[in-house]
Write a protein that binds this ligand. Sequence first.
Ligand SMILES: Cc1cc2nc3c(=O)[nH]c(=O)nc-3n(C[C@H](O)[C@H](O)[C@H](O)COP(=O)(O)OP(=O)(O)OC[C@H]3O[C@@H](n4cnc5c(N)ncnc54)[C@H](O)[C@@H]3O)c2cc1C
Length: 341
Amino acid sequence: MCAIVLNAAGALRPEKERLLSEAFTTDLLIVGAGMAGLLAAADLQEKGGNALLVEKSRGVGGRLATRRIGAAFFDHGAQFITARTPRWQALLSCWQAQGIATVWYRGDEDEHPRWRGLPTMTAIPKQLAQRLNVRLETKLTCLQEATTGWRAVFEQGEPVFARAVLLTAPVPQSLAILHAGQVHIEPSLHAQLEAIEYEPCLAVMALLDRASRLPVPGFLRPQHGNIAWLADNHIKGISPVPAITLHATPLFSRTHWEADRQETGKQLLEEAAPWLGAAVTEFQVHGWRYARPLKEATQPCIILREDPPLLLAGDAFGGARVEGAALSGWAAAEWLAGQLK
Ligand SMILES: Cc1cc2nc3c(=O)[nH]c(=O)nc-3n(C[C@H](O)[C@H](O)[C@H](O)COP(=O)(O)OP(=O)(O)OC[C@H]3O[C@@H](n4cnc5c(N)ncnc54)[C@H](O)[C@@H]3O)c2cc1C
């Protein structure tokens, strides 16, 4: 393994770029610090490899997200975590022992306990990131094939050269990065990737003047109307004050995506009023453009190129839930660990 620090003098001269492309700044560049990227990096680290993880946002976790408004805390992305596979179940139990995960409630339908982060969802990704080499607010805009690896170009800062790259952003975002760098993708695979669609979700986070009427354990799935999910973050145990998360249905989110967010939030909160039984004192709206993939791919991750290695991972491949993202990240890490030895 060899590390080179690029100098900060701006654009690289061609001969220097050629030399640098022979000696990498990192063995593996992982793009996206959601669960797929974090668990791939953690797994590779355990296997003795190292990875540089870049994340465009200010924090880690991706769609495992918590927002604070005043004294209130809101899990506004994934609401709970289920475990259907032994390795993931074991990891959740381990996080429980470490005090960063707990069972929120036990679902009737399929008997999978619903886990949550402790104190909030982001406790899990934050703990994972502590042991990893993560650069926040680093948005990859273009990936280009270099002589013996990949040259990654960011919105700001110097490019990075990597022997291998793992992209874990939602597929349309990863494809945009590959298109920008004119990376060739075999046409039938390209068509498959282009066909991966996601449902959007408008999430409203509202502070209430008193406790909501939602029953313990603090959630509701309305059967009709524009609201898919309502959760009381106070009853859930993450907010010291009454605070609800409302997720609009995919249909409502799609048809109101371009509409004024404050007006849309008001409309949804009016619809929720009978369940809340309390006045809203303040609210914010967040739009998840790529909330969940509509159809899962048949492989847990996609090997776009064996040499130099280029992979895609994330919930579009492993399954449209937190566990799916984890399984996809692990599958990518296993393949990469063999390649990078
Ligand atoms: C509203 C909502 C509710 C949900 N509810 C549940 C639930 O209850 N249970 C459940 O199991 N799952 C749920 N999910 C799905 C679950 O959150 C996802 O399946 C999982 O978190 C996806 O993880 P990931 O690592 O594949 O992707 P992400 O979490 O999206 O991570 C990808 C990361 O890549 C970063 N990124 C993107 N582009 C770039 C770039 N150019 N450069 C650098 N970084 C970049 C992003 O900022 C992001 O952090 C929900 C999702 C949403 C949105």
